[in-house]
Design a binder for this molecule. Sequence first.
Ligand SMILES: *Cc1c(COP(=O)(O)O)cnc(C)c1O
Length: 427
Amino acid sequence: MTECDLGPFPDANGFSEAVTLDEADPLSGFRERYHVADPDLIYLDGNSLGRLPRAVLPRLQALVVDEWGDGLIRSWNERWWNLQVAIGDRLAPLIGASPGEVLISDSTSVNLYKLAMAALGITESRRRIVTDDANFPTDLYVLRGVAEAMGGSLDVVATKGSGSPMADLEAVLDESSALLSLSSTEFKSGYTHDIGEMTALAHRVGTPVLWDLSHSAGVMPVELDASGADMAVGCTYKYLNGGPGAPAFLYVRQDLQESLASPIPGWWGHAEPFAFDLDYRPADGIRKFHTGTMPILSLVAMEAGISDVTEAGIDRIRAKSVSLTKFFIRQWEEHLAPLGFSLASPLDPERRGSHVSLSHSEAWPIDRALIEIGMVIPDFRAPDNLRFGLAPLYNTHLEVHTAVQRIRSIVTTGAHARFAGEKLTVT
Ligand SMILES: *Cc1c(COP(=O)(O)O)cnc(C)c1O
């Protein structure tokens, strides 16, 4: 199927606008660095699992054969031991952090646990953790677990759809709040917080803030140091293209590192792991938040994605992301709103991340039909949400245009009706 099959060609419906925008795109050269097996398949799920950078395969080949195969245990000293700190330092500028403030470690969920526990370790009588109901479920589960373990409580503020989460959160933050933890960009709506303003709001009542940057890192500028943020965690397998299950990152502001203690004091966070001391002594700085042996294959696989984002430049990436989401929204208004799709993401590009959510009463069968016969991969978030992740390093305006035309064809012909069956495990 090509765009020619699906409507007037070549000019109506924003086709020529898409072509013009792509021609002027300074990042267009990056797409060929990614593995694209079938150019007709439009992948709009880079906010869940980024595409494979082609540089990964030769790098992994060398790692497996030369470093693991030939080097054996010698490679720990020669290559591997410091990688998670070195890669953390390379990631740091992308989130407005300084060297020594970012560590690659564990998963986002585990890092959230470690930092939330550490934060409650120094808040004395404060025991109330505050979050909101637009946060990612794993964050809610982890924060509730931390609150319970520390004899506290979790306050889940209803902000969803309110359009003014600042005011909702301000109303509940007070001197009893031990920690505020939020997703910088919400996984469903794509609403993106002003990290500086929200952090300042919490600091006014002495509450530290723990940000989850999973849907922001690698796709928009984040200024952790400049905004006074305290702690942060995030994924590397979304817009950073680190690969399925790639290790996550954590950030602790320099001047906080001394006072926080890791709740999982593993040997990799010890000052001298190979002293095999029976007593735990934390390493200096960010290293104390290590737990155990890192998955080196996954760690090495994530390097290419981080260097692409660095080379492309986070400001240029953001500019293209805004252009893609704006174009998508204009196309939605013209072609999809009349078919029962409503916009579930902010209209204001300042407050929008890099995915656009549409809700529709038949979102699930439409999602299945798009994947099975439309050659478009979005994702589905229950109960009625279709998410379209726009990844500036490899998505184009023309893909957005074509995807909208395919959605329109499926819904106007009713082709999705036969996909109303069973849910899959991963949606
Ligand atoms: C994707 C995502 C996660 C995933 O956490 P894992 O531990 O990697 O499974 C967590 N939080 C947010 C906000 C996310 O978007």
